[in-house]
Write a protein that binds this ligand. Structure first.
Ligand code: TXA
Ligand code: MG
Length: 355
């Protein structure tokens, strides 16, 4: 049976957190909010509980988990051969939505890292997540709290839909702040490599830390290289059940052009007998709505935080519309959160059309 508990995200009841921590200490699984997406947490030092996390999510065994920590003490216990840059990032950006890949220590169970010699670590900036870790007194291993391949959960309702009956507790702490998963950078190589773009952008890293990170094609969401850099990039992700066609342009300056391309594609599919929906920015939405297409609003192109925040909810809503095909507008992946948004959209799409 799954217990659902509601907690104030800013001022969570510590007694409730303690009860949840006890469940995790006894090998249970708990979904909890972070500032990025909801996580599915287990005691990082309990291999049985970790194995259960993989089973519950239907997650491929070779896709390792992130360890969530509350302190440098935990950080040092879990890592070895840590380069100076890792401490610099930790001091400037933690707690926060950035995950570091480092050499693991012997304390980290192989179940967590899928037998890799490296480990993913982050200190989340969310009162519930931090207090849960502190109350447990151990790192919390947590992937996103969705069924493998589905969009990550940004509200407790998403977790309930995916994991009700499969986990011990779901903490409802409201909507998550960023709505996309943490930035992941590999610090076992020099210069560091961006494995997954997230709320902290490559420009942020350069501006705050004065270093460049390598941005490989996989970070933009393109097909994998033959040898996957991060095990997680091998799999299709975030996918609605409804076929999703991503419309990409060379540049997005001319929104009339974008809207006309998307509308023409929608009309073409309608003539063939398909029911079509469009996932679009607020700027171009009415272009499709006025022709009778159901639309899902991602928010404004001038506010990519809003688009990122709405993205996974929108991908889940696509299935609720009951259409045959959905079209989704692309975004410029060279500015700010655009790369993080396009990484998710390219992985979610069953087809990409480039103009
Ligand atoms: O924001 C987030 O990161 C959320 C919240 C819950 O913290 N967590 C999350 O976990 O997104 P998950 O499991 O959905 O994604 C973790 C990613 C996967 O792509 C995995 O392959 C990668 O991290 N990863 C984990 N350990 C790794 C390692 N040692 N080397 C390379 N990639 C690793
Ligand atoms: Mg995930």
């Amino acid at each position: 049976m799954t217990k659902i508990v509601r907690l104030d995200p800013l001022n969570p009841d510590l007694n409730v957190i303690k009860e949840v921590a006890d469940i995790v200490r006894n090998g249970g699984l708990c979904a909890f909010p972070t500032e990025t997406v909801y996580g599915l947490g287990a005691d990082a030092f309990n291999p049985k509980a970790i194995t259960k996390v993989y089973e519950v999510k239907g997650r491929p065994k070779d896709n390792p988990l992130i360890l969530h920590i509350d302190s440098l003490k935990m950080f040092n216990e879990l890592t070895s051969d840590v380069p100076e840059i890792a401490y610099m990032i930790a001091s400037k950006l933690w707690p926060g939505p950035i995950t570091l890949i480092l050499k693991k220590s012997n304390l980290v169970p192989n179940e967590v890292t899928a037998n890799l010699p490296t480990v993913a670590i982050r200190c989340p900036a969310h009162p519930i997540a931090l207090k849960l870790i502190s109350s447990l007194g151990r790192p919390v291993a947590a992937p996103s709290a969705n069924i493998s391949g589905k969009p990550s959960p940004t509200k407790a309702e998403h977790v309930v839909r995916d994991l009700m009956g499969l986990v011990d507790v779901i903490i409802d702490g409201g909507d998550t702040f960023f709505g996309i998963e943490s930035t992941i950078i590999d610090l076992t190589v020099n210069p560091p490599v961006l494995l997954r773009p997230g709320p902290i952008t490559p420009e942020d890293i350069t501006r705050i830390l004065g270093i460049e990170v390598i941005v490989p094609p996989v970070a933009r969401g393109y097909e994998e290289a033959k040898v996957a850099l991060s095990p997680g990039v091998k799999y299709r992700h975030y996918s609605p059940n409804t076929p999703l066609i991503l419309i990409e342009l060379d540049n997005y300056e001319d929104l009339v052009k974008l809207a006309n391309i998307v509308l023409n594609k929608a009309l073409e599919l309608r003539i063939k007998g398909y029911n079509v929906a469009v996932v679009a920015s607020s700027e171009t939405l009415n272009h499709y709505r006025s022709k009778g297409f159901p639309v899902i609003n991602l928010g404004s192109r001038n506010n990519l935080f809003e688009v990122a925040h709405n993205l996974f909810k929108a991908l889940r809503e696509v299935d609720e519309l009951g259409v045959d095909i959905a079209l989704v507008e692309g975004f410029n992946d060279n500015v700010g959160l655009g790369i993080a948004i396009m990484n998710r959209l390219r992985k979610a799409a069953s087809e990409r059309l480039c103009y």
